[in-house]
Design a protein around this ligand. Structure first.
Ligand SMILES: *Cc1c(COP(=O)(O)O)cnc(C)c1O
Length: 427
């Protein structure tokens, strides 16, 4: 695989050749695959929902368990990786993952919790400027979080939430429409909150352009990167949003319900006056254990921490973050574009009208995932996929989301997926 333009071919041989030439092919061995009905590793296309378990996750968790057994409370300082600063093991890797300064990121809590904490600080409605601009099709948790924040400040969501919706007959948002809405409503918008990538359509936005336009209108900007972290190559510091939040159990393979991540731009790193909900783990490390009454936040994102974090979860996440750090997002972006491009190529060869991708076809406007609408018995198709050892996810009434995660999915996986689709189309 050289150069960025790949001429895809239809047969299975081509998939095998691409895998043989794939510089990242060895990474597949670093993950544990569930087995399908035939006892073989499944084709796992739901890394956008729950990433696979890295081989090293269990030994890392066991190490913390054994330290606890051996050392009890002393583990805070004497464990192989002491618990007191354990979360710091993830800071630099996380910063590289999302294109941020170490000061700007922290691993803590879970996504929806972090979204609330960020809105406490960055949704500061005034009489004239009190609205939140978001996607009409945002993930439900984000909609609940936003509506409840708006009500918390005494507003009604019907009035205070401005929703971006696609044009009639279209599935995804147009960048020009987002910018036009900002132009029209920007003066009354306190916060612009977008997902990147959208969980349902797979659409990715131009974060830099949206952030620039929103800041020019005086709005604060936050991104929900649940489907972006570990999927897109991000440059949060340069793009400049005020904050971002994400979870680490999707593309980041940190394990079910594991800790999420937060980005707070450097420009807010030393603003002790910024309102926030505080806890002792966000307090200046030098004086934390003096247990004084006054809160002095750590500079940067760490200053938003509330509690001492769950070490077992951090241990599992560390296994995956080491892999991301070893490979880097640029190599993953290249493989991702090829894998998803190959999937798109194979889909285009299926009978006309059988399947329609609602995800943008322009690689810069999407990540790994293609959201596919099937006209013919989608539930039955899902059963056939399951029987063939292909794991996908279904969204009512007719969307199957397929995300060949470049860390552990192969070209042959994509081929096998489309093979089942083809059988169904012919049936
Ligand atoms: C997965 C996802 C969530 C999940 O939130 P949790 O707090 O981790 O349960 C929230 N928002 C988006 C956009 C998601 O895709």
């Amino acid at each position: 695989m050289t150069g960025d333009v790949v001429r895809y071919e239809a047969g299975e041989d081509f998939a095998r050749r691409m895998d043989a030439e794939d510089p990242l092919r060895g990474l597949r061995e670093e993950f544990l695959f569930p087995r399908g009905p035939d006892g073989e590793p499944v084709v796992y296309l739901v890394g956008n929902s729950l990433g696979l378990q890295p081989r090293k996750a269990k030994p890392y968790v066991l190490e913390a368990m054994e330290d606890w057994e051996r050392l009890g409370v002393e583990g805070h300082f004497k464990a192989k990786h002491p618990w007191m600063p354990y979360h710091e093991l993830l800071t630099e890797q996380t910063a590289r993952l999302v294109g941020a300064l170490p000061l700007e990121v922290v691993v803590m809590n879970t996504l929806s919790v972090n979204l609330h904490l960020m809105m406490v600080s960055f949704y500061r409605p005034t009489r004239e400027r009190y609205k939140i601009l978001m996607e009409g099709g945002a993930f439900p948790s984000d909609q609940y979080a936003v509506a409840s924040q708006v009500r918390f400040h005494g507003h009604e969501p019907e009035d205070a939430v401005v929703r971006l919706v696609p044009r009639p007959g279209e599935e995804t948002l147009r960048q020009e429409d987002i910018l036009a809405t900002l132009e029209r409503h920007g003066h009354e918008v306190a916060l612009v909150l977008l997902g990147n990538v959208n969980y349902l359509t797979g659409q990715a936005f131009d974060m830099a352009a949206i952030t620039r336009a929103a800041h020019a209108r005086g709005c604060r900007v936050g991104f929900d990167l649940a489907h972006g972290a570990g999927n897109l190559k991000l440059s949060l510091h340069d793009d400049g949003p005020d904050f971002a939040v994400w979870c680490s159990y999707k593309y980041l393979n940190g394990g079910p319900g594991t800790l999420g991540g937060v980005f707070v731009h450097e420009r807010h790193a030393r603003s002790p006056s910024l309102p926030r909900f505080a806890g002792w783990w966000g307090h200046d490390k030098e004086t934390r254990f003096r247990m004084g009454p006054d809160f002095q936040p750590i500079a940067g994102a760490e200053g938003w921490q509330l509690s001492n974090p769950p070490i077992l979860q951090l241990a599992a996440l560390r296994a995956s973050m080491e892999l991301f750090d070893r490979v880097g997002m640029e190599a993953l972006r290249q493989k991702r574009e090829r894998l998803t491009g190959y999937l798109e190529f194979l889909l285009e060869r299926l009978p006309p009208g059988f399947v329609d991708s609602i995800t943008p076809s322009e690689p810069s406007q999407r990540g790994t995932q293609l959201s596919l609408r099937f006209s013919k018995e989608p539930r039955k198709l899902l059963e056939k996929l399951g029987a063939a050892g292909v794991v996908c996810d279904f969204r009512e009434p007719d969307i199957i989301r397929a995300a060949p995660a470049p860390l552990y999915c192969s070209f042959l996986d994509v081929y096998r997926f489309v093979e089942v689709l083809e059988g169904h189309a012919r049936d």
